[in-house]
Every structure is written in structure tokens, then in C-alpha cells.
Design a protein. Structure first.
Length: 262
């Protein structure tokens, strides 16, 4: 008779299984989760390139289309990272199979890591594919790989953590749509994705620096064009702090069973 599997302090088998589950979720419907976001990004790019005269515009010494591309890539990455964790939890709650996640011997830390790694994976894959496709239309050069990778990981981790917290809080799809429409989308569009924050009046420049999405977009873009409206080091510190806060929030939600245990 085989001996029962012993699980020590860290359940690596369960964690890897959860990560594989989250990656398989979006990989199995790649037309919706990978191809569709790339097409949406290209539509944004086309609108700004043609309808608003982006071909002839400059942002400082940088052509507008080269300035625009990294922001669009980052926007697509973080929106998909948010969608991955939020949809995973909400679908499990609505379908009634959230118990399949809660019953296995996984700690709150392991659950957080599993869901977050899945969301970061989706965000990075979408970002890489989008970057490759966009590079056929505008020259993309990376000045600092360190900044690009740091902001890509921290940004997708932040939105993945936010999506996890929002998914736990939400009781139906309307709730998660509200978070997307009233928090994620406005903060993304007001982050300087389509414009330089330095072009705003002083009061609005100051307000922009209270938007964490600004640091995410600005820092990621600076890794491509070598220019930033803010200090990249401050941006990294802001994102690390927010990620820590969101991690602690989701730990508390998972540990107490907030809205996921009856």
C-alpha cells in the first residue's frame, strides 16, 4: 500500500498545480486572452497615428509614435493581468467550484503566489506578443532592460493582486465590471499613456503623481526611450509599496475567508 504524501511547510506540488491551472486557463482560449488584446492595442495605435496626426507629432525629442508604443504595451499588460485573477475568482464563485481552490492544503501565501504568477505570466506574454507586432509599425529600442523588466513585473503583479482582491470582494460579474470601469480604466487612461504629464498645467501634473498607474507607465516607457516625467527609482519604490499593501490585503481576505467561505 503506498504511503500518503507528506506535505511539509511549503506545498510546492500544490502551488505548481495552481500555477499550471491559471496559465492553462488563458492559454486554452488564446484568441480571447492574447490575440484580442493585441488587436485592440493596434486599433488604439492606428487611431492616434492617423486620426490625431501622430505621425508628425513629437514629444520632446521623441517621435510621438515611439513615445506612445511602450505606454500602450504596458496598458495592455496590466489590464490582462487584472482580468486573469479577477475572472478566475469570480467565475469560481459564480459556478460554485471555489471549494476546489479552498479544500487543497494550500496556505494563503501559496494561493496568493499561485494566482499572482498566473496573472503576471499572462501580462508578460501579452506584452511580448504586442511588442513584437507593434515593432513592425514603429521602431522599438530598449535603453534599459532593467527598467523594462522591473516595471513589467511590478506593474502586472500590482494589477494581478488588485484583481485578486477585487475578485474576492465581488459577488457577481457586475461588481468586477464596476472595478474595471470606475478604477482600472480611468486610472490607466489618466496615467500619461497617450500624452506626457509635463504637458499638463502644474495643478494636474501634481495630481498625476498621486496616480500609481503614472509611475508604472512612465517608468516602463523610460526603459525604451530613455526619458521620464518622474524619477524611475521613486516609481519602483511606489510600486513595491503598493504591491506589499495589496499582498497583505489579499492575505487577510484569504485567511479570514472573506466572501469566499460561508
Amino acid at each position: 500500500m503506498p504511503e500518503p504524501l507528506k506535505i511539509n511547510t511549503f506545498n510546492h506540488i500544490g502551488l505548481l498545480t495552481l500555477i499550471k491551472r491559471e496559465i492553462d486557463r488563458f492559454a486554452n482560449v488564446y484568441l480571447q486572452t492574447i490575440v484580442a488584446p493585441v488587436i485592440t492595442t493596434l486599433l488604439f495605435y492606428t487611431v492616434f497615428a492617423l486620426a490625431f496626426g501622430g505621425v508628425a507629432r513629437q514629444v520632446g525629442d521623441v517621435p510621438f509614435l515611439e513615445f506612445l508604443a511602450p505606454g500602450l504595451i504596458m496598458m495592455t499588460m496590466v489590464q490582462n493581468a487584472f482580468a486573469n485573477t479577477s475572472s478566475s475568482i469570480v467565475i469560481s464563485k459564480v459556478q460554485g467550484n471555489i471549494v476546489d481552490i479552498l479544500l487543497p492544503p494550500l496556505s494563503d501565501f501559496e494561493l496568493y503566489i499561485g494566482f499572482t504568477v498566473g496573472s503576471v505570466s499572462r501580462g508578460l506574454i501579452v506584452g511580448i506578443v504586442t511588442g513584437v507586432v507593434v515593432s513592425f509599425f514603429v521602431p522599438l529600442s530598449i535603453v534599459s532592460w532593467g527598467l523594462v523588466l522591473a516595471y513589467a513585473v511590478l506593474g502586472t503583479m500590482m494589477l494581478g493582486s488588485l484583481g485578486l482582491a477585487a475578485g474576492i470582494w465581488s459577488e457577481r460579474f457586475d461588481h468586477i465590471a464596476g472595478v474595471t470601469n470606475f478604477i482600472v480604466t480611468p486610472l490607466t487612461f489618466l496615467s500619461g499613456t497617450f500624452y506626457s504629464v509635463e504637458s499638463l498645467p502644474p495643478m494636474w501634473q501634481g495630481l498625476a503623481h498621486y496616480n500609481p498607474f503614472f509611475y508604472m507607465i512612465d517608468g516602463f516607457r523610460s526603459g525604451f526611450i530613455g526619458q521620464a516625467d518622474g524619477d524611475p527609482a521613486i516609481g519602483i519604490a511606489v510600486l513595491v509599496s503598493i504591491n506589499l499593501f495589496l499582498a497583505l490585503l489579499t492575505f487577510w481576505m484569504l485567511r479570514t475567508g472573506y466572501k469566499i467561505r460561508s
